[in-house]
Design a protein around this ligand. Structure first.
Ligand SMILES: [Zn+2]
Length: 176
């Protein structure tokens, strides 16, 4: 029988490949599915991003933006997000600007559609509350379109100063 592939063996092999496939890749670091980039010497820990995530989900119902002000919806947008802690407070982004944080919201290039995940980098201000972490989370969740009634092509911070806008909510979250 050795070397002969029977139907039973094919079934076992398929199950094995499914199990191997499911086992691929590192497990997420937070309950919503964020991952901390471990290649950097980090002032930001896995515990920090879990606390920040929980604080954001607690305060998100206070946000006026109806697209993302539900904790389950907000959580789903963070699934697959890669967080990189930069060593210094500011850094130079891909466009030569000096920034303290940057967000690349997830994009399905085929469908030209905003999807969950993406990546952010945040400068080192000692604690997550003093960094741009929550600011960048909100960019990830809103995509490139700010608070309603802002539209695609507007500044991504459009509407952020409105009552119950992102800037007000960031302050609330950073008090946690
Ligand atoms: Zn911003």
């Amino acid at each position: 029988m050795c070397g002969i592939i029977t139907p039973m063996k094919i079934i076992s092999l398929s199950l094995l490949s499914i199990l191997l496939f499911l086992g691929c890749g590192p497990a997420p670091d937070t309950r919503c599915g964020q991952r901390l980039n471990k290649e950097r010497p980090s002032w930001l820990t896995v515990e920090d991003i879990q606390i920040a995530e929980d604080a954001l989900l607690t305060e998100i119902p206070n946000l006026a933006d109806p697209r993302i002000n539900n904790p389950d919806v907000a959580c789903a947008w963070l699934d697959g997000l890669i967080v990189t802690a930069m060593p210094n407070p500011t850094f130079i982004d891909d466009w030569g600007r000096t920034v303290s944080g940057i967000a690349f919201p997830g994009v399905d290039l085929w469908l030209d559609k905003h999807i969950s995940g993406g990546s952010i980098a945040v400068g080192n201000y000692g604690t997550w509350q003093k960094s741009a972490l929550i600011h960048e989370y909100l960019h990830i969740m809103q995509g490139t379109v700010g608070a309603p009634p802002c539209r695609r092509g507007d500044d991504p911070h459009c509407g952020w100063y409105l009552p119950k806008g992102p800037y007000e909510i960031i302050e609330l979250v950073n008090k946690h």
